[in-house]
Design a protein around this ligand. Structure first.
Ligand code: PMP
Length: 455
């Protein structure tokens, strides 16, 4: 290679730019231009980074972040081991970018059955790196600069920054709690949309609404009536629906999870998102998927092929086998999708009882593995600081993990900046935990209660 004698071209250009002579050139020349893209402004904070670190440092019992501390089912682990160490060494290589063929095939069959329509595995299904990347693909694919996206509060926190990163404007509409009937515990069903308020958010600038049912953090399972209200507005205003259904199997008390894509006029405008992490208790595998019409999914494929491109082949192969089993056992007692919610409902009831006994009023979730509890009766332990920038529940959750060793997530984390103080006396617990973990949480709560009541 030819080398120029003296300063390099880059050096030369740097000098010209700064207007200084060669003598002032330093090999440590610092960049002075802003490096951060404008789209990242204001979205750098992430609740999980902060609270995961606090839980790792202080917690003895972690009911914070949403993942099971019990193993995935044996049949799934075995399928992974088979995929990993079997004869088909091609499972260690790239597979089809938009989804490993056996997985998209079985997902098309499975969700085709649930939605009552024929699905083409190649065009109506796309596999993603968890539901997270499915959401990212949706916002990047559909949202233009200035488009409005309706988000129902409280919401899974990444929706807001993802909409903003795509140049969109999130428009928030809250679920409003109604007082339960005399003396009864509140249920997530008591948190409802105000139909007029929801309708007022739709305009010609609205591109999409994000629906999350069952909802993280409340555990609300939207009723058919509520879904029809949303669907009618989507059809009336020609709006897309991004339907995050990662907790689709986790519904309790005989409640039914209704897929909004199955309602009249909705298939054509809905992308349904699912997660093997939630369905099979394997959040670390990061296998997710989208189901929808080709006219929508073709744009998700464009984002996917230019970003993640691919999801681990062995994990996809194992999830494909998991779904094969579940299709064969569909609706039967041996099905994991029947057994998991049954076990989780017991854990939910257990935590409800334990919280209720100490006066941390639980809101009974109809679905998911989360439970939100009212901390008002514990306010004497962590006094309010008027004018604090930090919502009360966030200070409370930090105090709780540091002083009691119990980790939970403040509900305000699931509200936009302007509304963080509207519902700031609740914390969210995850109950997808071993009995021993839930018992340890109960012990902490009982001891705390005793300390509070003893003179
Ligand atoms: N949506 C919701 C509502 C979630 O709670 C989560 C995970 N906590 C995700 C999406 C992301 O799922 P995954 O782990 O499959 O990326």
């Amino acid at each position: 290679m030819l080398r120029r004698a003296g300063p390099s071209l880059r050096h030369f250009l740097l000098e010209r730019k700064s207007g200084a002579g060669y003598s002032s050139y330093s090999s440590e020349a610092k960049m002075s231009r802003p490096v951060q893209a404008r789209r990242l402004e204001g979205i750098d904070k992430n609740i999980w980074v902060e609270f995961v670190k606090l839980a790792a440092t202080y917690s003895t019992v972690n009911l914070g972040q949403g993942f099971p501390d019990f193993p995935p089912p044996d049949f799934l682990k075995k399928a992974f081991v088979r995929a990993l160490s079997g004869e088909n060494h091609m499972l260690h290589q790239y597979t089809r970018a938009f989804g490993h063929p056996p997985l998209v095939k079985i997902l098309a069959q499975f969700f085709g059955k649930l939605l009552g329509r024929d699905l083409d595995p190649m065009t109506n299904v796309m596999v993603t790196v968890g539901a997270y990347q499915a959401l990212f693909c949706c916002f990047q694919a559909f949202v233009d600069e200035g488009d409005e996206v309706i988000i129902i509060e409280p919401f899974f926190d990444c929706y807001e920054p993802m909409v903003k990163m795509a140049g969109g404007m999130p428009m928030f509409v809250p679920l409003r709690p109604k007082a339960p009937k005399d003396g009864k515990l509140m249920s997530s069903a008591d948190w409802q949309l105000d139909p007029a308020e929801l309708a007022s958010k739709f305009s010609e600038r609205t591109k999409a609404i994000v629906l999350n049912s069952p909802n993280n953090p409340l555990g609300k399972v939207f009723s058919r009536g509520e879904l029809e209200l949303i669907a009618d507005l989507c059809v009336k205003h020609d709006v897309l629906c991004i339907s995050d259904e990662v907790y689709e199997w986790l519904v309790y008390d005989g409640k039914e999870h209704i897929r909004i894509a199955s309602l009249q006029g909705m298939w054509d405008r809905t992308v349904t998102i699912g997660s093997a992490g939630k369905s099979f208790s394997a959040t670390g595998w990061k296998v997710g998927w989208t189901v929808g019409p080709n006219r929508l999914l073709q744009h998700l494929r464009t984002v996917h092929q230019n970003s993640a491109y691919h999801c681990a082949t062995v994990a996809q192969e194992a999830v494909a086998q998991g779904f094969q089993r579940e299709l064969e056992l569909y609706g039967k007692p041996e099905s994991y999708f029947i057994q998991l919610p049954k076990e989780l409902q017991q854990k939910r009831d257990w935590l409800v009882q334990s919280l209720d006994a100490v006066g941390m009023k639980p809101i009974i979730p109809e679905g998911t593995y989360f439970l939100v509890a009212d901390i008002s009766e514990f306010k004497s332990d962590v006094p309010d600081v008027p004018d604090s920038d930090e919502p009360y529940d966030s200070r409370f959750a930090k105090w709780m993990v540091k002083n009691k060793g119990l980790a939970a997530i403040p509900l305000s984390a699931f509200y936009c900046g302007a509304h963080k103080n509207n519902y700031n006396h609740f914390i969210r617990f995850c109950f997808a935990k071993e009995e021993a973990t839930l018992k340890a949480a109960n012990d902490i709560l009982q001891k705390w209660k005793q300390e509070k009541t003893s003179p």
